[in-house]
Design a protein around this ligand. Structure first.
Ligand code: UT7
Length: 388
């Protein structure tokens, strides 16, 4: 029996704090006019560095997606977090999310394919579902790019923002959901968009910090040229793989990097503006989070209806590109969540916190009783003492 991977839930989270173009013009030599005409961005959301992280945004987006799917975190088989700004190089941010959600049966890993990471994640998640290895996969795109942005570099600091978006992929025998994907990479362009230090090539040192190598480095024009080439190409390819003509596609949701890239791709594909979704004006480029955030807003604004054919298409660091053809199958609009389910969810996540706390405490207790290696802890010493 054929299996399909449906988008059964979706959710997003952006930080409260908004940084406008005018705010930026007080930090670097730029202007609202330059940023708007060259990129289409007016403002972006920025995390509170004391209270918010990539995982905290990811958890909120995931909770919202689970709510829409009416799914318990315990039913999730796998969590994929696409990000270039993980909380730590390791452990994976996906594991922090797994713990915070109390997704006790889920495996979890991070995926780094730059801004294409979310669509790469859809490919992996849907393949696991159609191959029968998972029933429910949470795919999250989450970023705190403000944490790796050089706020003195006007070439880059005007472009990026923070946020997270998530979808629940669910197995079904009803046809629909993710119908085709296209993935690509060209590592020869890796140096065009990178975070040079903090890895094995340039481990963190005073020198790397003073040279500003822990910030985003980008050759904007080259990335621009690459993007305007691969976006239409990947869109055409994925439509063909799904067996669709572009006329049958109701909406394209492109990576929200630069309005000029989006408009140029739309022009090459001969698509009218109403069939291309944009929201970068309010969020800037949120890398792997941009497509799931845009997807949530497209649904909320009634731009997607049941049975619609939607294409998600992205490009990013690597260099990478990715596209997914999705047949929307969930009923819309989503029914409001009743109060008792909100309360139940709240209790569930309190329970997840308690579970995590108890597991940490038990692990510490085990070290005290059994010792770091079994046999030299408090219990063993007690036994030796008794046997003497
Ligand atoms: O997710 C993938 C992430 N990356 C991207 O999507 C980036 C793709 N590239 C782009 O979006 C564009 O290349 C940028 C928006 C980054 C730059 O736009 P551009 O039209 O390619 O500008 P440019 O780099 O050719 O610079 C034009 C001028 C330069 O001045 P001169 O040399 O002509 O005197 C820059 O110094 O604009 C200047 N400039 C600025 N001026 C005011 C560059 N940044 C700024 C700024 N404010 N923020």
């Amino acid at each position: 029996m054929a299996r399909y991977a449906h988008l059964a839930g979706w959710g997003m989270c952006v930080p409260d704090h908004i940084l406008t173009n005018d705010d930026l013009s007080r930090i670097v030599d730029t202007s609202d006019e330059w940023i708007r005409t060259r990129t289409g961005i007016r403002e972006r959301h920025i995390v509170n560095e004391k209270t918010e992280t990539t995982s905290s945004l990811a958890v909120k987006a995931a909770r919202a997606a689970l709510e829409v799917a009416d799914l318990s975190p315990r039913q999730v088989d796998m969590i994929i977090v696409a990000t270039v700004t993980p909380d730590y190089p390791f452990p994976a941010t996906a594991c922090l999310v797994q713990d915070a959600l109390g997704a006790a049966h889920a495996s979890a890993f991070d995926l780094n394919a730059g801004c294409s990471g979310f669509v790469y994640g859809l490919n992996v998640g849907s393949s696991l579902i159609t191959g029968g290895q998972a029933d429910y996969v949470l795919v999250i795109g989450a970023e705190t790019l403000s944490r790796i942005t050089d706020w003195n570099d006007r070439d880059t600091c005007v472009l990026f923002g923070d946020g997270a978006g998530a979808v629940v992929l669910a197995a079904s025998q009803i046809s629909g959901g993710v119908r085709a994907t296209v993935l690509g990479a060209d590592g020869s362009g890796g140096d065009l968009l990178m975070l040079p230090a903090g890895g094995s090539r340039h481990p963190a040192s005073q020198q790397t910090v003073s040279d500003g190598l822990h910030f985003i480095h980008m050759k904007g024009r080259e990335v621009f040229r690459f993007a305007t080439r691969v976006m239409p190409q990947a869109t055409r390819e994925v439509a063909e793989r799904a067996g669709w003509t572009l006329d049958e596609v109701s909406l394209i949701i492109p990576h929200q990097a630069n309005d000029r890239i989006i408009q140029s791709s739309a022009k090459r594909l001969k698509l009218p503006p109403e069939r291309v979704f944009t929201n970068l004006e309010r969020y800037g480029n949120t890398s792997a989070a941009s497509i799931p955030i845009a997807l949530c807003e497209a649904v909320e604004q009634g731009r997607i209806e049941p049975d619609d054919r939607v294409i998600l298409v992205s490009f990013g660091a690597g260099l990478t590109w990715a596209a997914a053809a999705v047949e929307w199958s969930m009923p819309l609009p989503v029914k409001p969540v009743p109060w008792w389910r909100v309360l139940f969810s709240h209790l569930r996540y309190r329970w997840a916190w308690l579970r995590s706390f108890a597991r940490r405490a038990l692990r510490k207790l085990a070290v005290i009783l059994l010792g770091p290696a079994e046999g030299n802890g408090w219990l063993a010493r007690l036994r030796t003492h008794r046997d003497r």
